[in-house]
Design a protein around this ligand. Structure first.
Ligand code: HEM
Length: 219
């Protein structure tokens, strides 16, 4: 990935992670939200706090896992961050996110959108885990690209919502559509941009060979 894109990815991810920690760590529950959402969160505080503080781990750590430097020179750190990313972020945040999907604002369309996102997030994380446990590095990379594209829905949702409201679309109309739009285009873009790359290292990993100039990572 080009450096500017990577830096933007890090800044956007850390920005939304910072928002979540500050607002849910310091303010009364659901302070900045629609009154209906605030009431729901007050009814399910364990669900929303588990979701926010679990998922934030994935959003804050995820971008760094794509750093080639971390993967090749600091493999142990990459592994430990990966365990936190998948175990706390995706598994913890995803199960709580699935629970919160049943109570989401915006009726059935929004609830289905968030539930499908949660299931896709959990499934892609599981596939990435299985792949690395069986030493399939190329498959692990592909599934992690998909998984982080879904994690990044937390960012795209918070870009699209204010943009929709600023362009005159009512919040109640925008929200159910954005429950889908925040993640499906991310998946398509990730697949087209990062999973079609015929990089020699990826091709070599897919064929089970040692890449020509980068260290082989045993798992
Ligand atoms: C990718 C899978 C995710 C799913 C399925 C998901 C699902 C949900 C659902 C259903 C809600 C409640 C929405 C409502 O009441 O209408 C919610 C709220 C929230 N989620 Fe997620 N989420 C995901 C990822 C993330 C990530 C990675 C973060 C990281 C910061 C995050 C942070 C939040 C926050 C802060 C809220 C409360 C609303 C707000 O203050 O903006 N979510 N999420």
């Amino acid at each position: 990935m080009r450096r500017a894109g990577f830096v933007a990815l890090i800044l956007l991810s850390l920005g939304v992670a910072g928002y979540a920690v500050a607002v849910y760590g310091l303010l009364p529950i659901g302070s900045l939200l629609h009154p209906e959402m605030r009431a729901t969160y007050a009814n399910y505080p364990a669900g929303i706090y588990a979701h926010v503080f679990g998922s934030v781990v994935a959003l804050a750590l995820g971008p760094f896992q794509f750093s080639a430097l971390l993967r090749t020179r600091h493999v142990q750190l990459h592994r430990w961050l990966g365990r936190l990313y998948l175990g706390i972020g995706v598994l913890g945040g995803g199960v709580a996110g699935l629970f919160m999907a049943f109570h989401a604002f915006g009726g059935l369309p929004a609830r289905l959108g968030f539930a499908c996102l949660a299931l896709a997030w959990l499934y892609s994380g599981y596939r990435a885990y299985l792949a690395i446990r069986s030493g399939e590095i190329a498959a692990h990379r592909r599934w992690m690209v998909r998984n982080f594209a879904l994690t990044f829905a937390a960012v795209t949702l918070r870009l699209y919502l204010p943009a929709a409201v600023a362009s005159g679309i009512a919040f109640d109309t925008a929200y159910p559509a954005i429950a889908w739009l925040c993640w499906i285009p991310n998946l398509v873009a990730a697949e087209l941009l990062f999973n079609r790359t015929h990089h020699p290292a990826i091709a070599a990993a897919a064929a089970g060979l040692r890449p020509p100039s980068s260290p082989h990572v045993e798992r």
